[in-house]
Design a protein around this ligand. Structure first.
Ligand SMILES: Nc1ncnc2c1ncn2[C@@H]1O[C@H](COP(=O)(O)OP(=O)(O)OP(=O)(O)O)[C@@H](O)[C@H]1O
Ligand SMILES: C=C(C)CCOP(=O)(O)O
Length: 262
């Protein structure tokens, strides 16, 4: 099984209009997956992009429930609206997958996962395992979450990737991004790293200023790299450009252009 995260920056313009969706990009991803399926099994996780992040920010979901009825009544509505927005993104993926004869099946993340300050505390993944046995392609997504510490929070697709890698032990985990891979510095300024050893990640995090007190509250490349560091215990991890046709296929075959972490 191969686990793939389709980054929010790949299927939408995060700085653009709310709920913009790059149909052509996702269609190309589906076309490439259809070349490998059913010989290869897949689990897909997609990010929030221009869908969930917009509502999550507007209703400050990451701050959780406060204990004040006024604020919480408003935030509960935001929690629901954020989830509905993610369902709209998710249904676009399922439609495109099924149009390409791929049995993509929607899994509502917030119904399976419980978090503690945004980190996964518990998840019931039996249904995902069963769907895989039955040759479905489960499609999960970054979502809102019920959180034991603060009532509600946001669960990032990158956290889900790390959890599923640990539990399902895919032969490969692939992050599709809107840049060519991991750079030693800012994309466009630093150089692309084609091969990265797990032991090199802590030093790279320091060079990228991803210290514990860093500013990546909602994720970004620092969170992605930290999660990939955990994942590399169990699986090879790839970072490739999901907007360039052929790059996903290259990562699936193992001869692709991007960053390979082992
Ligand atoms: N050293 C770096 N190497 C690679 N990307 C970097 C680096 N530093 C910053 N970035 C930025 O990180 C972004 C990818 O992180 P981001 O969290 O936006 O990914 P995503 O998975 O597409 O989004 P989402 O979390 O919404 O699903 C890239 O667009 C890139 O510009
Ligand atoms: C904002 C929401 C609801 C999901 C966040 O998931 P991510 O884009 O993978 O970090």
């Amino acid at each position: 099984m191969i686990l793939i995260k389709i980054g929010g920056s790949v299927f939408s313009d995060k700085r653009g209009e709310p709920e913009n969706f790059r149909t052509d990009v996702v269609e190309e991803i589906a076309r490439e997956l259809a070349e490998f399926y059913p010989d290869e099994k897949f689990v897909i996780v997609h990010g929030g992009g221009s869908f969930g992040h917009h509502y999550a920010k507007e209703y400050s979901i990451r701050e959780g429930l406060s204990g004040s009825w006024g604020i919480d009544s408003w935030r509960r509505l935001g929690f629901s609206l954020t989830h509905q927005s993610m369902l709209r993104a998710n249904s676009k993926f399922v439609e495109i997958f099924t149009d390409h004869n791929l049995p993509g099946f929607s899994i509502s993340t917030s119904s399976l996962f419980i978090t503690e300050r945004g980190e996964i505390l518990y998840a019931d993944i039996e249904v995902i395992e069963k769907l895989l046995e039955l040759d479905f392609i489960p499609i999960l997504f970054g979502d809102v979450s019920v959180d034991v510490a603060q009532g509600i929070d946001i669960l990032s697709g990158d956290q889900i990737m790390a959890y599923l890698t640990k539990m399902l032990k895919p032969k490969k985990a692939i992050f599709l991004m809107d840049v060519d891979g991991i750079y030693d510095g800012k994309p466009g300024e630093g150089t692309l790293i084609p091969e990265l050893a797990r032991e090199e990640v802590p030093a790279l995090l320091e060079r990228l200023h991803c210290t514990a007190a860093g500013t990546d509250v909602t994720g970004g490349i620092c969170n992605k790299l930290r999660k990939a560091y955990e994942m590399a215990h169990y699986s090879e991890v790839w970072f490739v450009n999901g907007k360039v046709p052929g790059r996903l296929s290259g990562a699936i075959r193992g001869d692709g252009f991007g960053t390979r972490l082992r």
